[in-house]
Design a binder for this molecule. Structure first.
Ligand SMILES: Nc1nc2c(ncn2[C@@H]2O[C@H](COP(=O)(O)OP(=O)(O)OP(=O)(O)O)[C@@H](O)[C@H]2O)c(=O)[nH]1
Ligand SMILES: [Mg+2]
Length: 464
């Protein structure tokens, strides 16, 4: 049974173009809220969105239009001598005055909002010098008599004047300041922001604790689901195989490659969905991801080189690595275009010491699958993508990039993938598929192993 909760009402206010809507997007984990633009004056009315846990709204976020005319508005307020010691009364006087409302239309939306909220996040562009107009904005907001937490945005920029701002804000009696770059998702800063709110809002402390617990749990579950999706892809790819007459080898290889490419694409989409990113996040020409698809083919040796994956001894055979291989050879890698010819030319020498499927082979059959290097490539770029998504804030409007770390030594495939080689039923890309408990166990152990190379999104447990 759920009890009714009175949500914390939180306004996001500040100068125009300071990054208010971007901050809301990051806190919501969604780039599907409001409009974000460089021009300024983008948000023209208050727009609200809930932060929910277990079907309950715990926090209501209110985005607001930017303050543009604070100096004149402050002059107006300072002329109201009758209410000179009563800030909220002066603000009400302004809102009740039709001429002032028209004159300060944009600001009136914000002041009306300030009257009904529990706390305001004042967003500042930390790259800006400490100008008088910002002090005026803070003086006006101070009149509203609501707790204010100052959010220094753009702190990841080299032009950030964070220290200058902190000193100036302290001079104005504002000590609750948190740095926050809305384009970067950093759970530690988000955690700090909520801790600052908690310190100011005793009555909402249990609610904020509940929200933080929810957020941590949600992040951990999201990461787990993403790692499972990658492990499923890799098991499907490793277990994918076709046994065909030699003359159909080339066609069968192409079929395997097409199936694996599609399967990888499915995994990309699952990860983007899990992290709530859309097609605007992967535009761009200089990226491995373009229009939601990898621009580099996983079966192209160039792609392997890009990822620093060595194809071991395979290339020594004189054929392209990272393509697909005849599983009966125990690891000889063969490019699609060269497969039939190479096998035909290699003749019996390839048959030497080939293991249990030699019989089929001798009768003119091939047992084909994808090679270790291509599997390593799939694992690397999916875990790289997941790492980039974990760190990406929803205010980030540049296209998604992934960084790859160069590895020179060929690494051994994880045990689960080596096992998958012997279980063709485990692959959804084969005709006869059967997902049993052993496959599930392989997925679990592989996703744990993959997790070692993907950062934990958990916020720090101690107070900063
Ligand atoms: N790099 C970076 N860019 C940001 C950040 N926050 C906002 N931006 C960019 O700054 C511009 C303005 O952001 P908005 O979120 O629209 O700002 P706003 O305060 O809501 O603007 P108005 O609604 O016009 O008052 C956009 O181009 C954003 O992409 C940030 O933390 N880092
Ligand atoms: Mg806005």
């Amino acid at each position: 049974m759920t009890t009714d909760v009175t949500p914390l009402q939180m306004a996001v206010v500040g100068h125009t173009n300071a990054g208010k809507t971007s901050l809301v997007r990051t806190l919501l984990r969604s780039n599907d809220f409001g409009e974000v633009d460089d021009r300024g004056g983008t948000t023209r009315a208050v727009l609200s969105a809930p932060l929910t846990a277990g079907g309950q709204t715990l926090i209501l976020l209110h985005d607001s239009p930017g303050l543009e005319n604070a100096p004149e508005l402050l002059d107006w307020l300072e002329q109201r001598r009758a209410n000179r010691h009563d800030g909220p009364a002066r603000i009400r006087e302004l809102l009740d005055d039709p001429r002032a409302r028209t004159r300060f239309d944009q600001e009136a939306h914000v002041l009306e909002l300030m009257e009904k909220i529990d706390v305001a996040l004042y967003v500042l562009d930390a790259r800006e010098p400490v100008l008088e107009k910002y002090r005026d904005e803070l003086a006006i907001l101070g009149d509203c008599a609501r707790p204010i937490v100052v959010v220094l945005n753009f702190t990841a920029s080299p032009e950030s004047r964070e220290q200058e701002w902190r000193t100036a804000l302290a001079g104005l009696g504002l000590h609750t300041v948190v740095d926050f770059d809305a384009a970067v998702r950093d759970p530690a800063t988000e955690w700090r922001l909520y801790r600052k709110l908690r310190a100011q809002l005793d009555a909402f402390a249990p609610l904020l604790d509940q929200w933080l617990d929810h957020r941590k749990h949600e992040e951990a579950e999201r990461r787990k689901a993403a790692l499972t999706a990658i492990a499923e892809l890799l098991i499907d790819a490793a277990a994918c195989s076709r046994t065909v007459p030699v003359h159909e080898s080339e066609q069968a290889l192409e079929e395997i490659q097409t199936a694996v490419r599609r399967r990888e694409q499915g995994c990309v989409e699952t990860l983007l969905d899990l992290y709530r990113f859309g097609d605007t996040d992967y535009r761009g020409d200089n990226l491995p991801l373009s229009g939601g698809e990898w621009r580099q083919d996983p079966f192209d040796p160039e792609t392997l080189r890009h990822y620093g994956i060595r194809t071991g001894g395979y290339l020594g055979a004189g054929v392209g690595g990272g393509a697909a291989f005849d599983l009966t050879t125990g690891g000889l890698s063969l490019g699609a275009g060269t497969l039939a010819g190479t096998l035909a030319g290699a003749g019996a020498s390839l048959v030497h010491g080939l293991g249990p499927r030699t019989y089929n082979r001798l009768r003119g059959y091939r047992h084909l699958g994808i090679d270790d290097a291509a599997l390593q490539l799939l694992a690397r770029r999916q875990t790289d993508l997941l790492t980039a998504l974990i760190k990406r804030g929803h205010a980030n409007r540049t296209a998604l990039t992934t960084t790859t770390t160069e590895r020179t030594e060929p690494t051994r495939l994880p045990h689960a993938l080596r096992r998958a080689r012997h279980h063709s039923m485990w692959s959804s890309l084969n005709r006869n598929t059967h997902h049993d408990a052993t496959r599930a166990a392989a997925v679990t152990s592989l996703s744990r192993e993959l997790g070692c190379s993907v950062p934990e999104p958990d916020a720090p447990t101690a107070d900063p």
